[in-house]
Design a protein around this ligand. Structure first.
Ligand code: TEU
Length: 642
């Protein structure tokens, strides 16, 4: 870990009381995140709070004005939350502390769908080893592997049965060691997925805890006395209550995700010590860091109070306000860092669903001793929409999101830049699914990701311009979330067509079909039957063909990554958005004498653009043509001073 610049003591955030005006709640870092999120959900801009009349309203008045829709309990919960995160992120002008992961381009591998070496239809570690040259050619610096541990695969490995064993379908520990060595031999780094909010119900800790109430593992989880109703009203992200009743033992146990993913109780110190020990065990093997699954959910408040109905309605899940930034979150992260990550200089990327810009800063500031990077998700959906809505995503939202971060995140913070992962549909399809725009859109998205300040994470297949799949029936879907969602919608009375359409809009399976390597059967992914089928456009869209085509999305990624690597301005320069009119996106990156200008057309129409002038060299152009116009979804990158 680099030593960070000495940090002056940040001013504490205002103390928040029920009679405080909204404007001052907004002034509190977490208050701002929460109000922004709630307002975005109802389709209103954060500037609403700047309205003097609105800004003067107190929380208490809000309860009255909404006729109790905003409840006193909600206000109490909000006050509790703000009190638990009293720090204000530092915004001094410290220099950037150097770190390899700030200059790196990461690439996420979803091993199950990447490359299958033994014909069982499931991607594996040897399959990854076989494809490392592709990744080295692309120019990426580090790989993140989604879980490869032993697991019953209720949630494709995010339900871990044994943290120190490799899943049989992925290979052996010897394969893993060889993979790690091969990655390092190519000058790349490897980070693992760390899933420690929950374990599988088949993990020995859980099976023993369930079988024997006196087991030392009983306190590793949230067991509560049985009976007819769950201990609280929290709901699971994968439908239904967040509690599973074990009939034989007549006890309840908590699961925020599937009913086979049991939440760990992080208030229990012996459990935390075992996790730290396991993390050190992997680091001693030589892995370079971790992506921490839903890490902001690990701290649950004592007493597990009921969730607020209004928040449940707005967010679609009941109870989240109690644990998305729980009372001991910062403390637990600091402990794990000191106990495990820091001694090995490991990088940590926290997955933070629900984390906003300000909490993101508190989790990652270089003086905070918590995480290095965080994935926040506000950029992935338009305001007021969620993943299950079928709509055209406007890239103006992506621009505004990054423009706000450019303003708010100074040198002490490094953002992640991504628009796809294994949990989301493909970005090209969200923006404009018409095939004629596929290539330019793939290049445009790449350009946004690789020319901003921050650490880019490319998801497998993005470099090929992969798009959503034309799944024809529920039989073709595999994901537990999609299957549960469909059942839930049908139970609510939706007919098949409507339920299927909604599931298709948001299904995580769009991103989980096999990577298309060549034009042979199953795209060269497997010699057997793939565990999930793609819809067959691999004959035209595959890595082998793209590698030979200078006009392909793949070639564009390679060129951009090389450009980024050679450009101090792109890596560390300042960022200024100079055109944010509807449908337009121009930003400049400047460091010393070097300047990079990025001009994007966010629309499907030809647009007039300004040529930055003769001093600039045009280094990348996705739609070559006259300097004063840019074709649909076009991207141009100019550079001067080098
Ligand atoms: O995802 C957590 C998460 O909140 C979401 O992205 C999730 O996929 C979905 O939106 C819930 O509605 C992480 C992993 O990335 C995901 O694959 C796992 O299923 C989940 O945690 C549980 O481990």
């Amino acid at each position: 870990m680099p030593d960070s610049a000495p940090a002056p003591a940040p001013a504490p955030a205002p103390q928040v009381r029920a009679d405080l005006p909204l404007r001052e709640v907004y002034d509190h870092p977490l208050g701002r995140d929460i109000l922004d999120k709630v307002l975005r959900q109802v389709g209103v801009s954060g500037r609403w709070v700047d309205n003097p009349v609105v800004g003067r309203l107190t929380l208490r008045q809000l309860v009255r004005l909404t006729r109790g829709k905003v409840t006193h309990t909600f206000v109490d919960t909000l006050l509790g939350l703000l009190g638990a995160h009293p720090d204000r992120p530092l915004d001094d002008d410290a220099p950037i502390t150097p770190a390899w992961w700030k200059d790196a381009v990461f690439y996420q591998i979803y091993p199950r769908s990447f490359s299958d070496s033994d014909g069982d239809g499931v991607g594996d570690l040897r399959g990854i080893i076989d494809r490392l040259d592709h990744l080295a050619d692309l120019g990426v610096d580090a790989l993140w592997l989604s879980p490869i541990y032993d697991s019953p695969n209720d949630d494709n490995g995010y339900d871990i049965r044994d943290y120190r064993a490799i899943g049989a379908e992925f290979g052996t520990m010897a394969d893993f060691d060889e993979l790690l060595e091969s990655v390092h031999a190519r000058g790349m780094r490897l980070i693992m997925d760390l899933v420690v909010n929950h374990t599988s119900d088949e993990h020995v800790w859980f099976t023993e805890a369930l079988a024997d109430p006196a087991s030392p593992y009983r306190d590793y989880y949230f067991f509560r006395p049985g009976g007819a109703t769950p201990p609280n009203n929290w709901t699971s992200f994968f439908s239904g209550p967040a509690w599973r009743h074990f009939d034989e033992e007549d006890v309840w146990a908590m699961h925020l995700f599937s009913s086979k993913q049991m939440d760990l109780d992080w208030d229990h110190a012996p459990m935390r010590a075992e996790i730290a020990d396991m993390v050190r065990w992997w680091l001693a093997k030589g892995v370079d860091g971790f992506r921490l699954d839903v890490i902001n959910y690990i701290s649950k408040p004592p007493g597990l109070p009921d969730g607020d109905a209004l928040v449940g309605e707005l967010m679609g899940f009941t109870g989240v306000e109690h644990y998305f930034a729980g009372p001991r979150l910062h403390e637990h992260l600091r402990e794990l860092r000191t106990e495990a990550f820091e001694p090995y200089g490991a990088v940590t990327v926290g997955e933070g669903p629900g984390v906003g810009s300000q909490l993101g800063k508190l989790l990652t500031g270089d003086y905070r001793g918590e995480l290095d990077l965080v994935f926040t998700f506000d950029q992935l959906e338009a305001p007021g929409k969620d993943r299950w809505d079928d709509y055209r995503y406007r890239l103006d939202h992506l621009r505004d999101h990054y423009a706000a971060y450019a303003d708010q995140w100074g040198n002490r913070y490094q953002q992640t830049v991504f628009c796809e992962n294994h949990d989301n549909p493909r970005m090209i399809s969200k923006v404009d699914p018409r095939p004629e725009h596929r290539t330019v859109l793939g290049k445009l998205i790449a350009t946004t990701q690789l020319t901003l300040r921050g650490t880019p994470f490319i998801y497998q297949g993005q470099e090929l311009g992969m798009v959503n799949q034309a799944f024809a029936s529920m039989d073709e879907l595999r994901d537990v979330e999609s299957l549960n969602k469909y059942a839930e919608l049908r139970a609510e009375g939706r007919d098949h067509a409507a339920a299927f359409a909604q599931v298709l809009a948001g299904s995580r399976d769009h991103a989980r079909t096999p990577v298309q390597w060549d034009a042979t059967e199953h795209g060269g992914f497997t010699s057997g039957e793939p565990w999930i089928a793609g819809d067959g456009d691999h004959a035209a869209w595959n890595m082998a063909a793209a590698a030979d085509d200078p006009g392909s999305v793949l070639s564009w990624y390679r060129d951009l990554i090389a450009l980024r690597r050679s450009s101090p301005a792109l890596l560390h320069g300042s960022t200024e958005f100079t055109d944010t009119r509807r449908g337009r996106w121009v930003h400049r990156r400047v460091l010393d004498a070097e300047e990079v200008v990025v001009v994007l057309n966010l629309t499907d129409r030809v647009q007039k653009v300004r040529d930055p002038g003769p001093a600039y060299e045009l280094v990348l152009d996705s739609v070559p043509g006259p300097a004063t116009v840019l074709g649909a979804y076009g991207a141009r990158v100019f550079r001067r001073g080098r």
